[in-house]
Ligand binder design. Structure first.
Ligand code: 4FV
Length: 221
């Protein structure tokens, strides 16, 4: 899976070289390329935005600059995603769908957003990480890259994927590790029994109990 990110803040993506995503990059399971949109400004002051036609607060990213940055990374197989509060809400189903793609180009807005003409010309899908407004699309892009990368073959062990929340439509069962007693609280006996069938049964019951309590709507699906 190749990710191309178009952003004004490439340094924000350094964090992706940590932990599981960092290891996946080292193992060439995923390739993350960051393109600085500002490199495509034709202005001697490297301007990338301008005031909105029709007036109003804030600045809008210019369509010509964004389009040139896009043309520098595009290929016929790429799906172009624009991170925006107006987009389809990101969920597990969409994550697993995107993980089947070979090349995602992720466009990060900033300021008041991007000129509509270039969005209409290049964007295949708008995706939102939630109904709130952030200062830029960079954090949403990292959320997308992290969640999708976990479903790229070889990044995580099969078991981890199978058991995590939402993978089977339920929330994950509670996890415990050493010490056996913490602040007077013991690990549930069944988990110490080594009886795999009983452990499996307990975990399924806990998943249902937690889902019923925290996200009952998931049980309706
Ligand atoms: C956002 C979200 C988001 C809006 C204006 C970037 C900002 C700025 N992206 N889910 N919520 N984007 O707030 O994806 O351009």
């Amino acid at each position: 899976m190749k990710f191309d990110v178009l952003t004004l803040f490439p340094e924000m993506f350094e964090i992706l070289h940590q932990s599981i995503i960092g290891k996946a990059i080292e193992k060439d399971l995923i390739d993350i390329q960051i393109t600085n949109i500002r490199d495509f400004s034709k202005d001697k002051h490297k301007k990338v935005d301008d005031t909105p036609y029709g007036g109003g607060a804030g600045m809008v990213m210019r369509p010509d600059v964004v389009y040139d940055a896009y043309k520098s990374v595009k290929d016929e197989h790429a799906k172009v995603i624009y991170m925006s509060p107006q987009g389809e809400k990101l969920n597990q189903k969409k994550v697993e769908e995107l993980a089947k793609e070979s090349h995602l180009i992720i466009l990060c807005g900033h300021y008041e957003g991007i000129d509509q003409r270039v969005l209409d010309k290049i964007v295949d899908e708008e995706i939102s990480i939630g109904d709130y407004v952030l200062t830029g699309g960079e954090i949403p892009a990292m959320v997308l890259i992290d969640s999708v990368s976990r479903y790229v073959e070889g990044v995580l062990k099969e078991d981890s994927i199978k058991e995590e929340s939402f993978s089977n439509g339920l929330l994950e069962y509670p996890q415990y590790t050493r010490p056996e007693v913490f602040e007077g609280m013991k690990v549930p006996e069944v988990l110490l029994s080594g009886h795999h069938e009983n452990i499996e049964k307990w975990r399924k019951e806990k998943s249902l109990e937690i889902t019923r309590k925290k996200r009952p709507e998931l049980l309706e699906k």
